[in-house]
Design a protein around this ligand. Structure first.
Ligand code: NAX
Ligand code: ADP
Ligand code: K
Length: 477
């Protein structure tokens, strides 16, 4: 499991550890890990041109000490100071190691020297602000960052890409986009939650020995998927593996039923039942003769994919969400049919537009505050939210939050969400709790999309068809 923490949690863990260690130890650990990561990123150190952007705090200190190490190993390292006040001991160590300080005047707008240094750089280290930063880049920092981008020089962010909101993953103001982020002690929320997660690029974690409480946000890793997946055993039968009921697809969108069924059958259930109009049932049977069409006992329901809100059978839906023994996935049109009361355990699977409609908030606001709104909906409505998007967020009413770390943009294809709803239904029917079922489904859906897209552009059905191989690969690796 990958865990992410708030700035407050990180600071208190750092304080506890610092009290036991000689002064400066943590910063030296961070700077050493940073210097090694930069060398690995470049593939060489000797003769490399490295530029440091240095702000006023310890984040700049990390960059200066790492710059000193890189200079001692033969790199040409130049620091551009963005503040009158910078980490004094770090600057001294940097100068002693042969590091140059660019003295062109940032605020005078000249920056001739800086411009030359930037044009020649192999990499730029962003030590402008770390976890002590407020969102946004100041005008001088922003101008420099835009210059770096114009020259196409990759940026390695120290701890976090400057400008992002570390605790929410939001980017309300200007920020930089890193080719790599090197962080210390633990992941912070911005490393896992979009839009900031995208700005981080790949994230490299340097262990500095922190002791941390339970995490705010977590991400499944391959070994978690292996541990959680309900693999059948000698005593299993089709009922004990779980029966999923699908109330999805409509005469207008019959394909949704086929795609949700494909997702479900590629999951861990023993049986899928289809309940709906006979023409849609026939379409499902034509593709999947193993589906049982008609009423019967199920361990979970998936409702709404490929059904418009006005097409949802309200009486039936209300009865389903008022029973308390069978969990229900509420997808697509059924999200719009949700009232304020339910007693079943529910998982809703909106994209940003659908969550916006449910909460009465514009879509763009949901996109900008994905973690916040997923958590708000989960808590206020007392249900689990799987918010779809480039990084899918799963939030449960008890506060447990997962973020899916491995999606590919190829997943953004019509019907992809129907496959996901079916797969999630399969995990719920097999007996997993809602949050874990949702996190596992998002992970495997993305793994299948990644596998399928290796052969070129994908469709929803190719995601479903890649699910067994993606699952086998994960379970056997
Ligand atoms: N506390 C520790 O033990 C460790 C801290 N480390 C480093 O220290 C960093 C935190 O250092 P600090 O607490 O000094 O804080 P930062 O260096 O993140 O930034 C705080 C400084 O930046 C200024 N500032 C805030 N927002 C700004 C903005 N938008 N634009 C420009 N300037 C802004 C503030 O006035 C303040 O002077 C971590 O991110 C990490 O890089 C690491 O060395 C590991 C150990
Ligand atoms: N940019 C992206 N990167 C990765 N995954 C994405 C991206 N955009 C969408 N997805 C994923 O693709 C799926 C799309 O589902 P959805 O919006 O319901 O489409 P549909 O209604 O056509 O099935 C979701 O699993 C979502 O998380
Ligand atoms: K930074």
């Amino acid at each position: 499991m990958r865990h992410a923490y708030t700035v407050e949690q990180v600071r208190s863990a750092e304080a506890a550890l610092m009290a036991k260690l000689p002064p400066g130890t943590l910063m030296q650990r961070a700077a050493t890990g940073l210097a090694v990561a930069v060398s690995n990123f470049l593939g060489r150190t000797y003769g490399a041109n490295i530029v440091l952007l240095i702000g006023s705090g310890d984040n700049g200190g990390d960059a200066l000490y790492a710059g000193a190490r890189l200079a001692r190993r033969g790199a040409r390292v130049t620091a551009i100071l963005l503040s009158e006040k910078v980490h004094a001991a770090g600057l001294e160590a940097f100068r002693l190691a042969g590091g140059r300080v660019d003295t062109s005047d940032a605020l005078a707008g000249g920056r001739v020297g800086a411009s030359d240094d930037l044009a020649d750089a192999d990499v730029v280290l962003d030590g402008i602000v770390g976890i002590g930063g407020r969102p946004g880049l100041r005008p001088d920092a922003e101008a420099l960052v835009r210059r770096v981008e114009q020259h196409g020089v990759p940026i390695v962010a120290v701890d976090v890409p400057s400008g992002v909101d570390v605790d929410t993953g939001e980017t309300p103001e200007s920020h930089l986009n890193a080719a790599l982020t090197v962080t210390f002690g633990t992941h912070k929320i911005c490393h896992l939650v979009d839009p900031a997660a995208t700005a981080c690029g790949p994230v490299h974690l340097v262990d500095i020995g922190l002791d941390l409480p339970p995490a705010e946000v977590q991400s499944l890793q391959a070994d978690d998927v292996r541990a959680l997946y309900p693999v059948p055993h000698g005593e299993s039968d089709k009922y004990s593996r779980g029966v999923l009921g699908l109330m999805v697809g409509s005469p207008q969108y019959p394909g949704a039923a086929v795609m949700a069924t494909a997702g479900a059958l590629a999951g861990p259930v023993g049986m899928v039942r289809y309940v709906g109009s006979s023409s849609v049932g026939q379409a499902v049977l034509a593709e999947y003769p193993e589906v049982v069409v008609g009423e019967g006992r199920v361990q979970a329901w998936a409702v709404g994919s490929g059904i418009s809100t006005s097409g949802v059978d309200r009486d039936r839906f209300t009865r389903l969400i008022q029973q308390d023994d069978v969990p229900v996935i509420v997808d697509a049109g059924a999200i719009g049919a949700l009232g304020t009361k339910h007693s079943a355990r529910l998982v809703i699977t909106p994209h940003a537009g659908e969550l916006g409609q449910l909460l009465g908030v514009p879509r763009a606001e949901i996109e900008a505050g994905r973690l916040h709104y997923a958590r708000t909906a989960a808590e206020e409505r007392q249900l689990t939210v799987l918010l779809k998007g480039a990084t899918t967020v799963v939030a449960s009413p008890d506060g447990t939050t997962y973020v899916n770390p491995i999606a590919t943009p190829w997943l953004a294809t019509a019907g992809s969400g129907d496959v996901l709803a079916g797969l999630l239904g399969a995990f719920l029917a097999s007996g997993l709790d809602e949050a874990r079922a949702a996190a596992l489904a998002a992970y495997l859906h993305a793994a299948a999309g990644t596998l399928a897209s290796a052969a070129g552009p994908i469709t929803a059905m190719s995601i479903a068809h890649a699910l067994p191989a993606a699952t086998r690969h994960l379970l056997s690796s």
